[in-house]
Design a protein around this ligand. Structure first.
Ligand SMILES: Nc1nc2c(c(=O)[nH]1)N[C@H]1C(S)=C(S)[C@@H](COP(=O)(O)O)O[C@H]1N2
Ligand SMILES: [Mo]
Length: 339
């Protein structure tokens, strides 16, 4: 039997051999999403089945919606891909990979993947959803990637609580946040690097996780191999991929991707009237509750009478108690049987 290290090495080699050296996608066909200007190429990347292509540099892939009807777990090869910066790391050697933990800590650490894998592992199922999921349905339209409902996915994540490694490093008194940086970077040095931050108490809640496994396999390359952050209930923007640098700081991080981007109105509904600007904003945080019918495609024709509908629902952590569906504009409701 191959040992873990050998397997990892081979996985890395396979990634390179299958075309990550250039990350060229194979365009297969076109699909039309149910949104304005919804024509998209169907593209094939290594480790992925044909996916809906949004951009090529960096690769951004949407999950074909029919996948969500297959079951509550999204397969690795169908899981959506989102990057901001085209400097995607293509030559990651899992044997040389290190996670650095520094800043306001007693013992700055550099942990290899092997060392991280030796720590007591945990597993949890959590939804990863991009803040821009479904943006293409907005009316009036808003700037940003015009996505339909395929920038979300649910997986069983395997790794270690972030708390474990922060405790190993010894967080100092007065720490307020941690910053999280991955191995990808901008093409031009005038573009701010993708760095996110979490409050120190959130980072140590025992749920936030450093994940190296996804649905029983290594993380797919495009989903953050070899290590990424899992922030259950929080939008995907915090789920930093190829994570190799954590810095404990005693201030509130003011980098571009926290201070300027990924902010929502500071109002109870996190909304404002179309065409108006919010007076104050806060960093985007927990998911709103959402539900989707998955068994009937947009535009499908149904016979009158009994129809079985199937779908999915998730929220930011309180749990789904009830799902109801109305087929008469809200006059009557039928309660769904939860799985
Ligand atoms: N290193 C890195 N991590 C990142 C990003 C990124 O651009 N670079 N994008 C974030 C955003 S906005 C989302 S929605 C999720 C998407 O995760 P996925 O690509 O595995 O689906 O990754 C997050 N982690
Ligand atoms: Mo995102």
């Amino acid at each position: 039997m191959l040992d873990r290290r050998e397997l990892m090495k081979r996985a890395g080699m396979v990634a390179l051999a299958t075309g990550f050296g250039s990350l060229k996608a194979l365009a297969l066909d076109n699909v039309t999403l149910p949104i304005g200007n919804g024509e998209r190429p169907l593209v094939k990347y290594p480790q992925k089945r044909p996916m809906i292509g949004l951009t090529e540099r960096p690769p951004q892939l949407e999950t074909p919606f029919s996948i969500f009807n297959d079951g509550p777990i999204t397969p690795n090869n169908a899981f959506f891909v989102r990057y901001h910066l085209a400097g995607v790391p293509l030559d990651i050697d899992p044997d040389k990979f290190n996670l650095e933990i520094k800043g306001k800590v007693d013992r700055p650490l550099k942990l290899s993947l092997k060392e991280i894998r030796k720590l007591k592992a945990v597993e949890l199922v959590a939804v990863n959803q991009c803040s821009g999921n479904s943006r293409g349905f907005f009316d009036p339209r808003v700037a940003g990637g015009q996505l339909a409902n395929g920038a979300m996915g649910n997986a069983r994540w395997h790794g270690v609580p972030l708390k474990t490694v922060l405790d190993m490093a010894g967080v100092q008194q007065g720490a307020r946040q941690i910053t999280l940086n991955g191995m990808d970077g901008p093409v031009m040095d005038t573009t701010p690097d993708f760095v996110k931050a979490l409050d120190i108490d959130h980072a140590r809640d025992g749920e936030v996780m450093l994940a190296y496994g996804m649905n029983g396999e290594d993380l797919p390359f495009l989903n953050g191999f070899p290590l990424r952050l899992i922030v259950p209930g929080y939008y995907g923007t915090y789920w930093v991929k190829h994570l190799n640098e954590i810095t404990v700081i005693d201030s509130v991080f003011d980098g571009f991707w926290m201070k300027t981007a990924y902010r929502i109105p500071d109002t109870p509904c996190a909304c404002v009237d179309p065409g108006t600007a919010p007076k104050a904003t806060v960093p985007i945080n927990r998911f709103d509750v959402r539900s989707f019918i998955t068994s009937v495609a947009d535009g499908a024709k149904l016979r009158p009478g009994g129809t079985t509908l199937k779908g999915i629902a998730f929220d930011g952590g309180k749990g789904i108690k009830e799902v109801a569906v109305s087929t008469d504009d809200g006059k009557t409701w039928t309660t769904a049987r939860l799985g």
